[in-house]
Design a protein around this ligand. Structure first.
Ligand SMILES: Cc1ncc(COP(=O)(O)O)c(C=O)c1O
Length: 435
């Protein structure tokens, strides 16, 4: 019976409607169009445009012969380098025992959610993967909705109100915070994290602080939550974003000393699922955590390029009345096209998805609606805009040539990031024509 109809009956009842990551399937559709020679302004996929940092590339060649199954938690030299990195940058006193390395943070978050028992809280908007992971791990997450007025951030009051509800009394509670955030690009300041930590402490909250975009804070001013709430924070980070190494699949979690039993259980699940992260990649990744001149330069240049682009996108879109919070880190923003709602209503368009389809049809700009994928309402006209559709290798080279003392002008961006700036101009014209 269950072997019929493509095996649909084999799927857990609550997951019959389970879909693949929407952003990945959308990317496939765009690739198809591009291969047919169409100019597409692909502002919907958030992958680092920059090459993997040179030192790590060289190291990978050197370590290609490494073939052993390594310790589940990760090789010692990498865990030491991660501890040293966080000591220098975040003033954290860590031991290698606190660090768990895995094949990307997606996998580590998944295992954490598999082991965790209690209520999970997500912030809306939220990264596209947290909720589907919760569902497959048997959690029905509580969504805390934020708004443009709080810069898409949670506030202590908002959080306190939700955590104080009787339904959560006496239960374990896990909150996932993304800082800097995907999709909104906002980042929490030190004082915001300090105030939030008082609420975390009051409610004995476990917080998974997803800081994968931390090193891409546009002014290099990322604040690690473990500085403010060390006893209850699990820091999630890796090399996928800032080091341009998403396909290398390497991430890590830092557990607080107090959560040894929980960490041990997650590690046991790691040992029974992925065994260890790829050995050559781990050896090469050590390079990423050295504060070498190479890396410092790479970061200064890549950050200034994305910061300049984010300013450009923000300035141009808001100039025609699109509402947006200025991004502070990462390479996303979440503009709200409410300004064209009336005009869109006239042609029967009432959802973010329908608007994005129309934009694609009329401008060749690809956007994802924030909508339910990012835990926003379907009818909201917010979109996730990724401003990294350009040849990062060439832009990096041009930025080096220019030197750090020179500002990156609009001319620089238009020359080296034409598909991003072109897409923004197309969007701006599209909005203007509707007003
Ligand atoms: C917010 C966020 N967290 C985690 C990840 C996953 O990163 P990794 O490549 O380490 O699995 C991504 C990548 O898309 C992300 O955007």
């Amino acid at each position: 019976m269950s072997l019929k109809n493509g095996g649909i009956g084999l799927i857990r009842g609550d997951l019959r409607d389970y879909k693949p990551a929407h952003n990945l399937s959308l990317n496939e559709r765009i690739r198809n169009l591009l291969s047919k020679g169409k100019t597409v302004y692909h502002l919907a996929f958030g992958e680092s445009p920059f090459p993997v940092v040179k030192g790590a590339q060289r190291a990978l060649k050197m370590f290609v012969h490494e073939k052993a199954y390594e310790p589940v938690a990760g090789i010692l030299s990498l865990r030491e380098a991660i501890c040293e990195y966080h000591k220098i940058n975040d003033d954290l006193e860590l031991s290698v025992e606190n660090v768990l390395v895995g094949p990307g943070t997606k996998q580590l978050i998944f295992l954490l959610l598999t082991i965790f028992s209690g209520d999970v809280f997500l912030i809306a908007p939220s990264w596209i993967t947290y909720k589907p992971q919760c569902l497959v791990c048997g959690h029905n997450p509580v969504v805390i909705s934020t708004s443009f007025d709080t810069n898409w951030k949670i506030t202590p009051e908002m959080l306190n109100e939700i955590l104080s509800r009787p339904v959560h009394h006496g239960r374990n509670k896990l909150l996932i915070v993304c800082n800097p955030d995907n999709p909104s690009g906002t980042a929490y300041t030190a004082s915001e994290l300090e105030s939030l930590s008082a609420v975390f402490r009051k409610h004995n909250l476990l917080v998974l602080s997803d800081e994968i975009y931390g090193r891409l804070h546009h002014t290099g001013n990322h604040q690690c939550l473990a500085k403010f709430y060390p006893e209850g924070t699990i820091v999630s980070s890796g090399i996928s974003k800032w080091a341009g190494a998403g396909g290398w699949r390497l991430g890590y979690h830092i557990y607080p000393q107090q959560l040894k039993a929980f960490q041990t259980a997650v590690m046991a699940a790691a040992s029974h699922s992925y065994s260890c992260a790829s050995a050559p990649i781990q050896h090469a990744a050590v390079e990423c955590f050295r504060n070498s001149d190479d890396i410092v330069e790479y970061l200064l240049h890549t950050r200034r390029i994305i910061a300049a682009l984010s300013n450009y996108c923000y300035r141009e879109l808001t100039s025609v009345g699109v509402k947006a919070v200025k991004p502070a880190g990462g390479y996303y923003m979440m503009p709200d096209f409410e300004v064209v709602r009336k005009a869109l209503n006239c042609c029967g368009i009432k959802t973010g998805q329908a608007m994005c389809d129309k934009i694609f049809e009329e401008t060749c700009v690809v956007l994802m609606p924030a909508g339910p994928d990012f835990l926003r309402p379907m009818e909201e006209l917010t979109v996730r805009l990724c401003y990294v559709n350009f040849d990062g290798g060439k832009a990096l080279e041009a930025s080096h040539k220019l030197g750090l003392s020179e500002e990156l002008t609009d001319g620089f961006l238009e020359e080296h990031c034409p598909l991003t700036t072109g897409g923004i101009q197309a969007l701006k014209n599209w909005v203007s024509a509707l007003l």
